[in-house]
Design a protein around this ligand. Structure first.
Ligand code: FAD
Length: 455
């Protein structure tokens, strides 16, 4: 590296003559982490203050708490309650450096990665790039619906919803009003179930106050699931309770129905059902996202990268994959581990300890996942919990869900803001301000990060 960082000053001329991203010179082994999600951040926490140089690269300058995206989408929380700047997270970590860059390619032969801002060399590389929405090749759905994978998606959903409710008050056309006030959520996993519950509560408690001109029956919420169960990875008790809670909230749950087409105005299912709706939220699947340079033979179902139980990408000695992107295939886990926050956190922590051992020429033990259980909430005050043999549902499950989520959010200020918002809404059923700050324009590029808003 030819950039001089003595006394922490970056020599300007050096930066101009190289395409490398400026980083301090160091004799320590350099570990480059791509992605600061649950996995990447857990790894950073293990490596802070250690005898290694850590470079964290992310295309955003913040960590996102995805389990609460649906609350931003439904105006229950403001976006800054569930995102946390990386630079604040690494304050005081002298061996950790954050660079805002999108990684485009891995050049394993030269231990280098190429980003949209320049190249970075590494001794060890960790892919923690997570997943993106999977529309399973259905172009019409990808074009016209909204996914819920990041904070921008949540804000898009919020603006789409508020604008469509306003437009419904303007139009005199009954069919158009129906389409504007019908919401279809696809996918009966935790994200879809939680979104449906939150929207149903919006309909029950906010709609009558904010839109007194509408009858409360105007907003219809459909939850469509392709198989015969909601929350299929949880127990039968959790699935049946969830169905009951949602039906009590007037959500129309369609099981064994798969969406086959969506033109932006009408949803069609494989069995031929149609629903008029200008709001379609897609939570039915994810697929791995990672830069070029990984051999296709190491990529398995849903675009995940196959690793062994040392989380090393097959065929390499210094490239690892953790979190949602990694499929740890073994006899015990032929499909890999579940793509949840716990897996990502446990793998990040495990890899931190293991890399420190590998650097000292010691052998780490294989990774073993400990299932700490699953929780999902359905509206306020109701949730389902599977904790080993203990399976319960109702108010206490919801209390547990609230505590677990509050404890898991990054940053004291964020915990405080979320806790305060929840406390207010617990007693008043009020949500934060429902402002249309930017004009969301439903176009055929809704799922792209840019271009959703008129400038
Ligand atoms: C709506 C929703 C609800 C969920 N609810 C729950 C829940 O209740 N409980 C639970 O356990 N799990 C839940 N999950 C799943 C959980 O959020 C994921 O399992 C977890 O986020 C995976 O962590 P990760 O670190 O692997 O990836 P992510 O958290 O997705 O982080 C990936 C990071 O990589 C960055 N990145 C990606 N590509 C690049 C690139 N090329 N260059 C630079 N940076 C890049 C991204 O910006 C991001 O910061 C939910 C997920 C969603 C979407």
């Amino acid at each position: 590296m030819n950039v001089n960082h003595s006394n922490n000053k970056i020599t300007e001329t050096a930066c101009k003559i190289t395409d490398e991203i400026c980083l301090p010179d160091s004799d320590l082994p350099r570990i480059v982490i791509i992605g600061g999600g649950f996995a990447g951040l857990a790894l950073v926490e293990k490596l802070k203050h250690q005898e290694v140089q850590v470079v964290l690269l992310d295309k955003n300058n913040f960590h996102q708490f995805q389990p609460l995206l649906y609350q931003v989408a439904t105006s229950a929380l403001e976006p800054d309650s569930i995102v946390f700047p990386f630079r604040k997270q690494i304050n005081g970590y002298k061996n950790v450096f954050f660079r805002l860059a999108e990684v485009e390619e891995i050049q394993a032969d030269s231990n280098t990665i190429m980003t949209n801002k320049g190249s970075v060399s590494y001794d060890y590389l960790v892919l923690a790039t997570g997943t993106t929405t999977n529309f399973f090749g259905m172009d019409s759905v990808a074009k016209n619906s909204l996914g819920m994978k990041d904070i921008r998606d949540s804000l898009n959903i919020r603006h789409m919803m508020l604008q469509n409710l306003e437009q419904a008050a303007i139009t005199c056309d009954d069919d158009e009003r129906d389409a504007l006030t019908n919401f279809v959520i696809v996918g009966g996993g935790p994200a879809g179930v939680e979104m449906a519950g939150a929207l149903a509560e919006f309909c029950k408690y906010i709609l009558p106050k904010d839109y007194p001109e509408y009858p409360s029956s105007i907003m219809n919420i459909y939850l469509i699931e392709a198989i015969d169960d909601l929350l299929s990875t949880m127990s039968d008790k959790a699935s049946s309770k969830t169905l009951k809670y949602l039906e009590d909230l007037n959500v129309k749950v369609l099981l064994n129905e798969a969406v086959s087409n969506y033109d932006g105005n009408e949803v069609t299912t494989k069995s031929g059902k149609t629903i008029l709706a200008k709001n379609l939220i897609w939570t039915a699947g994810v697929k791995g996202q990672f830069p070029k340079g990984i051999d296709k033979k190491h990529v398995v179902k849903d675009n995940r990268i196959k690793t062994g139980s040392f989380l090393m990408v097959e065929g390499s000695k210094n490239i690892f994959a953790i979190g949602d992107i990694a499929a740890v295939i073994s006899k015990k886990t032929p499909k890999g581990h579940p793509q949840v926050a716990q897996t990502a956190i446990q793998q990040g922590k495990w890899l931190g300890n293991s890399l420190l051992k590998i650097i000292k020429n010691e052998s780490p033990k294989p990774f073993e996942y400990k299932d700490k259980g699953s929780l999902a909430t359905v509206g306020k005050r109701k949730a389902v919990a599977d904790l080993g043999k203990m399976k319960f549902a109702g108010y206490f499950a919801w209390l547990l869900w609230s505590i677990v989520h509050l404890m898991s959010i990054s940053g004291f200020r964020n915990k405080l803001m979320v806790g305060f918002n929840w406390a207010v809404s617990y007693f008043t059923y009020e949500k934060s301000n429902r402002l249309i700050i930017r004009n969301f324009k439903p176009t055929s590029s809704q799922t792209k990060e840019s271009g959703q808003y008129e400038s």
